[in-house]
Design a protein around this ligand. Structure first.
Ligand code: ATP
Ligand code: MG
Length: 168
């Protein structure tokens, strides 16, 4: 089974994946190693990823893949990590992201853009709110979803839209 862990930057994909106790492919590293990039986006200060290239090169069956575009490749299961934009802002500040990039990511998270995209590209999409959960709790939820006990986490239940109202 191919399990994809996605989410807005800073929601904890890499951090949580390291605690899962099994091999996880980091899609950023995989793209670089396999030449699946198409140049550099100066505005976003990030490499542009070639999704078609990734689809061709990712040929292993049972695997967990994490990265903020992992939901764009065919996955048996997508788990989107969600985080309150307020908390996300703090995490991205600690990474020294500039204000514009922080706001873009907060907005994307408030609107649930990754989840929307995941539902366009894949069937089994789940979401976990990591805002007030311990690492152990999040890991347990991921394992429950993988084991077929993920009904409580089906996509569409998490909503941070109210936070946007506080921004104005
Ligand atoms: N559940 C959590 N509770 C507290 N801190 C967390 C939690 N999850 C992640 N963090 C912290 O948030 C920061 C960002 O996490 P991480 O690097 O895993 O994000 P990411 O989703 O992999 O981002 P990117 O898409 O940019 O790779 C880390 O420094 C980590 O310590
Ligand atoms: Mg990461």
């Amino acid at each position: 089974m191919r399990i994809c862990i996605s989410g807005t930057p800073g929601t904890g994909k890499t951090f949580i994946s390291k605690k899962l106790g099994q091999n996880v492919i980091n899609l950023n590293e995989f793209s670089k190693l396999n030449g699946c990039t198409k140049g550099y986006d100066k505005k976003r200060k990030s490499r542009i990823v070639d999704i078609e290239c990734l689809k061709n090169k990712l040929n292993m069956g049972d695997v967990i893949i994490e990265g903020h575009y992992s939901h764009l490749i065919p996955c048996d299961l997508v788990i989107v990590l969600r985080t309150s934009p307020k908390v996300l802002r703090q995490r991205l500040k600690e990474r020294n992201y500039d204000d514009k990039k922080i706001f873009e990511n907060m907005e994307a998270e408030a609107l649930g853009l990754i989840t929307q995209e995941a539902l366009e590209y894949n069937k089994n999409v789940y979401e976990i709110d990591t805002t007030n959960s311990s690492i152990d709790e999040i890991v347990k939820k991921i394992k429950d979803i993988i084991d077929g006990r993920g009904n409580d986490y089906l996509a569409g239940k998490i909503d941070y839209m109210e936070e946007i109202l506080e921004w104005y």
